[in-house]
Design a binder for this molecule. Structure first.
Ligand code: FES
Length: 206
């Protein structure tokens, strides 16, 4: 019945009736990709892959040839006028940028016969390198990591820190009379370097 219906439909449409056993995909040797062409395509692909890999490798090597630039603050900086600092109050204005506290000591106890001085102290704890806090009410510098305590002049007196904080070179610019801190030069108490005139500004006549 269905077959008859189909035959009628085909006759109406004027198409040639479909053979029941028509082969849909007949093998046609003329459409076969010639062997030579196939290998040509293969070699083209290989070249493309090789070129891509070479370019990638070259770009990666090139990146290694370019120097990584670290933008660090300069080691020598101007810290302004002496009068802008308060006595016996470590100043934190350069802590973040330079890792330095400027301390105007009315008396450098332990050192320099108690002279009034201005020093540039490193903010790095000499135990394991944490940044201590300034506890003004207790007149000390206290490390939050393992409890080392330092006097305002940097001398350690409690906790595991094995030595005082380091000091940096300070001087007065002869022209402007402003403080210049030079971090390229360090002064360590344990080496007897705090007596060096470059490690402090004498404020006896200030
Ligand atoms: S790092 Fe400061 S006490 Fe340990």
């Amino acid at each position: 019945m269905a077959e008859q219906k189909e035959t009628e439909q085909v006759q109406k449409s004027g198409q040639k009736p479909r053979d029941k056993f028509t082969l849909i995909n007949v093998y046609d040797p003329s459409k076969e990709i010639p062997r030579r062409e196939f290998f040509m395509d293969l070699s083209k692909m290989a070249w493309l892959t090789f070129t891509g890999a070479s370019l990638l490798g070259g770009a990666t090597c090139g990146r290694f040839m370019i120097r990584n630039v670290l933008f660090e603050p300069p080691s020598v900086f101007n810290a302004g006028k002496i009068e802008t600092y308060e006595w016996d109050k470590p100043d934190e204005r350069f802590q973040q940028t330079y890792g330095v506290w400027i301390v105007k000591l009315s008396q450098d106890v332990d050192e320099l016969e108690g002279k009034p001085t201005l020093i540039a102290l490193s903010v790095v704890c000499t135990h394991l390198g944490c940044t201590p806090n300034i506890l003004l009410a207790e007149q000390k510098i206290k490390c939050p990591c393992h409890g080392s305590g330092f006097r305002l002049n940097g001398v350690n007196f409690e906790g595991p820190a094995p030595r005082p904080l380091e000091r940096y070179k300070v001087s007065l610019d002869p022209a402007t009379k402003e403080i210049v801190v030079d971090k390229t030069k360090k002064f360590q108490w344990e080496n007897g370097e705090w007596v060096s005139p470059e490690s402090y500004i004498d404020l006896s006549n200030a």
